[in-house]
Design a protein around this ligand. Structure first.
Ligand code: BG6
Length: 469
């Protein structure tokens, strides 16, 4: 590919989330988060209390090993690192007046380390880790009160870290709440009992909160950039039948709606129609409408796969996917977990989002979950993960194509730059990293870190600013 398409200031790095790497779930004054009772990810109902089989409780012990891990990221040449702040480290219950100083101090130290290596932080404020108390007592984002709690949490972060953090994301994959209301929105009411009315009201609260803290960020941190974060899963029509095209359009609307509101500051007509057609009447105050006008500075998204849609219900077999799946595309191969691999889909999404919103994009998740085998190469433990290199290389070539198409892109962070616990399945064996972490699904392992083959591949990509792709 031509290399000139990657701009000089393009940010290269990796992405993680607190609950999937930190461990230390009850250290440093941290309260419980919803993840502490999700031992099997989204595959089973939450437990009543933390259980020993929940790998996230210890995760990869980043809480105690962050100095060495960040040194490994620096060795690859990262210029950006995406991590989330665990809400329940800062406000253990979520509804207190005063934050937990020990939690705040941990992220000070983490930021010190990034600064030492000249790595730009990219902070997710809420990544699937709502304080459990907010889920159990308030039914998560179903309650309007969450807006105030979230605002207080954000104010604390902005005042403490505002001088050091430029890039902020308000909610990870905000559209995923349509599919996983507990993990995404801390909504304790079981999915099967949740009405569309209640779900969309909860979404409204999140959207208002996101817009409000965008305004707050501007007041407190001039120069900071706030982005929304969308789970991008493009839906192609399964056939050229116009009915399939309309079915695909409607599925696309489910994700577009979140970007439209974040970028345009109001509800789009197709969503208002959906509310009318389904008898949904939201409580939207004048203040809410005003708040929503605080639109984001950039749009970030995760991209792993695409799917198809069809109007033919007999053909509508839902396949596996990132939080939600769709109709399988007969032209694509899938990962070991059934996620359909589509590098060109990334170019499509990028052009689509750029054309639609005209806001800079940030690809903050992309990667391949695979079962790695540790081998010895010249006496050093490593993984020959050519499959991961192929996946990432093909996707990055498409990022280059989109840049050449004129799309404005701030940067790219691969998901799980170091092996971590999976969100959907809570497995360790679903590995994404450039760095192998010695921990197995049964919790055993030394937690030692080893560089995989992809570690050296990515180092070359970064040092050549994409020329080696
Ligand atoms: C995204 C999430 O949905 O996909 C991450 O933001 C998650 O938290 C990633 O880990 C990969 O999904 P999984 O289920 O393979 O961990």
């Amino acid at each position: 590919m031509t290399t000139s398409s990657f701009p000089d200031k393009f940010l290269w790095g990796g992405a993680t989330a607190a609950n999937q790497i930190e461990g230390a779930y009850d250290e440093g004054g941290k309260g419980l988060s919803i993840q502490d009772v999700m031992p099997r990810g989204i595959t089973t109902a939450p437990s009543d209390a933390p259980t020993d089989d929940n790998l996230k409780l210890g995760a990869i012990d980043f809480y105690n090993r962050y100095i060495d891990d960040i040194a490994l990221f620096a060795e690859m040449g990262f210029t950006v690192f995406r991590f989330s702040i665990a809400w329940s480290r800062i406000f253990p219950m979520g509804d207190e007046d005063k934050p937990n100083e020990e939690g705040l101090a941990f992220y000070d130290r983490l930021l010190d380390e990034l600064e030492k290596h000249g790595i730009e932080p990219l902070v997710t404020i809420s990544h699937y880790e709502t304080p459990l108390h907010l889920a159990r007592t308030y039914d998560g984002w179903s309650s309007r009160e969450l807006i105030g709690f979230y605002e207080r949490y954000c104010r604390t972060l902005f005042e403490r870290y505002g001088a050091r953090v430029k890039y902020w994301l308000t909610f990870n994959e905000i559209n995923s709440v349509l599919h996983e209301p507990f993990m995404s929105g801390g909504i304790a009411t079981p999915k099967t009992e949740l009405t569309q009315q209640n779900l969309y009201q909860a979404i409204h609260h999140e959207l208002v909160a996101s817009a409000r803290v965008t305004r707050l960020a501007r007041d407190i941190m001039p120069g900071a950039l706030v982005g929304c974060m969308i789970l991008a899963l493009p839906a192609y029509p399964l056939t050229p039948d116009p009915a399939d095209v309309v079915a695909a359009m409607k599925t696309q609307h489910d994700s577009y709606a979140f970007g439209d509101i974040h970028c345009r500051g109001e509800y789009p007509g197709y969503l208002l129609r959906y509310f009318r057609d389904h008898g949904i009447e939201l409580d939207i105050t004048d203040q809410d409408r005003d708040d929503l006008r605080n639109t984001v500075d950039f749009v970030s998204f995760s991209y792993y796969m695409s799917m198809c849609e069809t109007a033919d219900t007999s053909a509508r077999v839902t396949g596996a996917g990132n939080i939600f799946g769709g109709v399988a595309n007969p032209t694509l191969q899938a990962s070991e977990w059934g996620w359909q691999i589509d590098p060109q889909g990334l170019r499509v999404v990028m052009n689509d989002y750029w054309d639609r919103w005209q806001k800079p994009l940030f690809i903050v998740e992309n990667g391949l979950g695979a079962k790695d085998v540790l081998v010895e190469i010249d006496g050093v433990p490593s993984v020959e993960d050519d499959y991961r290199i192929d996946y990432l290389n093909q996707h990055l070539v498409q990022v280059g194509e989109a840049l050449a198409d004129g799309v404005d892109v701030l940067g790219y962070t691969t998901w799980g730059c170091i092996d971590l616990v999976s969100a959907s399945t809570a497995q360790m064996s679903k590995r994404y990293g450039f760095v192998y972490v010695d921990r197995d699904d049964d919790g055993s392992g030394s937690l030692e870190r080893y560089r995989k083959k992809s570690f050296f591949w990515y180092r070359n990509v970064i040092s050549s600013n994409g020329a080696s792709l």
